[in-house]
Design a protein around this ligand. Structure first.
Ligand code: ADP
Length: 491
């Protein structure tokens, strides 16, 4: 039963509240008792003193008990409950009045409280009660002369019987009873309200528990309804955020898994066709070696060789991309003039452009600008973009590489007047193995990895690769590199 948080809280709370109630009641009754003693002792402070002149005449030669008892009878009106004792100078009991002698349990009274009383100490002061050994009772006391011996004591116990027991006191006091009832009621109401509040609180926790249990069973879209900003509300928010993250991570994992499968499928496909083709040509050459005309044999071998090159490119590109993606290649940043690099790459591609009848041009307005990047990797990215631009642009078209200074960065544009890329394909062209025209591009040897490599390289530099394209008009690829400040470059 105590498995439930609510039960534990409730039991603890009830024990606490009942404990507090009992402590309060005890303290209250004790205080009331103390207060009653104090008031009574204050009211009767001089009682003993007032009695002395009335008693002393009957104590001249002997203790005239009868006469004294009669005097006490006379004084009953003053206080009905008093008990009167005569004490020797050392506190020994000499005589008692209004008390049956047989009931006396203690025949000596401690004088310390008596002296404190007579010196005017703070009230209440309690003294020994001869009839009830061990109990302390408020009293009044004064010096009295007994048979010519001065310095003896008249010791008057006040209302000792009245407050002998707490139960008796409560039983007699209307105010105490009312107060105790009130206290009981407060304890009850507090307990009731507390239990209700705990119930509400734990209900929210139970709701959360249900959500977590559902989540555990696979309902990943379950979220907590958060209605407050307290600890429970914050816990709910934390859970919701954690669930969002988990869901996103799972989606990413699923996506990564899908991509891995696609990659394996693509790689196997791209590997299989050149290998099959190589095998076919080589088998033909091998079997019909004698029957083949030399030109024919030359053609077969050349085709096999081309396919080997394709395979080589594909495998190296895959290897390069995987190294970039797994961050095995760390860009070594250095400062270099970007215009010179562009110029170099453009020159490398001049023959290819010429062969295809495509114009290739570099616009380099600011030759001195130095960027901070890995020169080898940037060259690779730029080559891929220029290679694509020349490749996809038909004869008489134009490819332009342009540099532009933009607030601390250099923008590099590779622009062509090619066929453009359809809008639907644009978001995918940076994916591995993605080709717009699947059948045609494969023949030229492109594996669909060039843009993925370029983009990864730029991302490693904290930059991005963007594309803008209009079908029929042309395509522009664009990236940015940070400019190296002049002062630093000199240092
Ligand atoms: P590929 O090796 O096939 O060129 P890329 O990753 O370099 O692979 O390019 C992906 C696809 O994007 C290409 O197959 C092509 O369809 C398209 N593409 C890339 N650059 C251009 C361009 N300049 N003009 C038109 N299409 C392009």
């Amino acid at each position: 039963m105590l498995n439930s948080f609510y039960a534990k809280l409730s039991v603890l709370f009830l024990v606490l509240i009942v404990g507090v109630g009992v402590i309060l009641a005890t303290l209250g009754v004790r205080a009331a008792r103390q207060y009653a003693s104090e008031v009574e002792q204050k009211l009767n402070r001089t009682l003993a003193e007032e009695m002395v002149p009335r008693f002393e005449p009957h104590l001249k030669d002997r203790i005239d008990t009868e006469a004294i008892e009669a005097t006490i009878q006379d004084m009953t009106g003053i206080n009905r409950r008093i008990e009167i004792y005569l004490l020797e100078r050392d506190g020994a009991l000499k005589a008692s009045f209004a008390v049956p002698d047989t009931q006396i349990e203690q025949r000596r009274v401690d004088l310390a409280p008596v002296q404190r009383f007579m010196e005017g100490g703070d009230l209440p002061i309690r003294g020994d009660d001869p009839m009830r050994a061990g109990t302390k009772t408020p009293f009044s006391a004064a010096h009295i002369e007994i048979m010519g011996r001065k310095g003896c004591y008249l010791y008057v116990l006040l209302g000792s019987e009245q407050y002998a027991s707490v139960a008796g006191m409560v039983g007699e006091s209307y105010i105490l009873q009312t107060a105790l009832w009130g206290l009981g009621l407060i304890v009850l109401v507090t307990a009731g309200v507390g239990l209700l509040l705990f119930r509400r609180l734990t209900q929210r926790l139970r709701g959360m528990q249900d959500v977590v249990a559902d989540f555990e069973k696979g309902a990943f879209d379950r979220r907590m309804t958060v209605t407050s900003n307290d600890e429970i509300g914050r816990l709910g928010n934390c859970f919701n955020r954690m669930a969002d993250n988990l869901e996103a991570t799972m989606e990413e994992l699923r996506q990564a898994d899908r991509m891995r499968r696609e990659l394996v499928a693509n790689v196997s496909h791209d590997l299989r066709s050149p290998i099959a083709s190589i095998q076919g040509y080589l088998e033909t050459v091998h079997m019909k070696d004698g029957d083949l005309a030399p030109e024919e044999r030359q053609r077969y071998v050349t085709t096999a060789l081309q396919n080997t090159k394709r395979l080589n490119t594909l495998v190296s590109e895959l290897f390069e991309l995987s190294k970039l993606e797994t961050k095995q290649i760390d860009p070594t940043l250095e400062s270099f003039p970007i215009a010179e690099l562009v110029q170099d790459v453009v020159m490398q591609y001049d023959p290819q452009a010429e062969e295809q009848g495509v114009g290739l041009e570099a616009e380099l307005p600011e030759r001195h600008v130095r960027v901070e990047a890995d020169i080898g990797l940037v060259e690779r990215a730029l080559s891929n973009l220029i290679d694509n631009a020349i490749h996809y642009t038909p004869a008489d078209g134009m490819v332009r590489v342009r540099l532009e200074n933009e607030q601390g960065e250099v923008r590099v544009d590779v622009e062509d007047t090619g066929p453009g890329i359809p809008e639907d394909d644009l978001p995918h062209i940076f994916e591995r193995f993605y080709r717009v025209d699947k059948s045609r591009d494969r023949d030229r040897g492109g594996a669909g990895l060039g843009l993925a490599i370029a983009k990864t390289i730029l991302e490693l530099h904290g930059s991005t690769l963007e594309v803008e394209s209009t079908v029929g008009a042309g395509t522009t690829f664009r990236f940015w590199l940070p400019v190296k400040a002049r002062a630093e470059s000199r240092a």
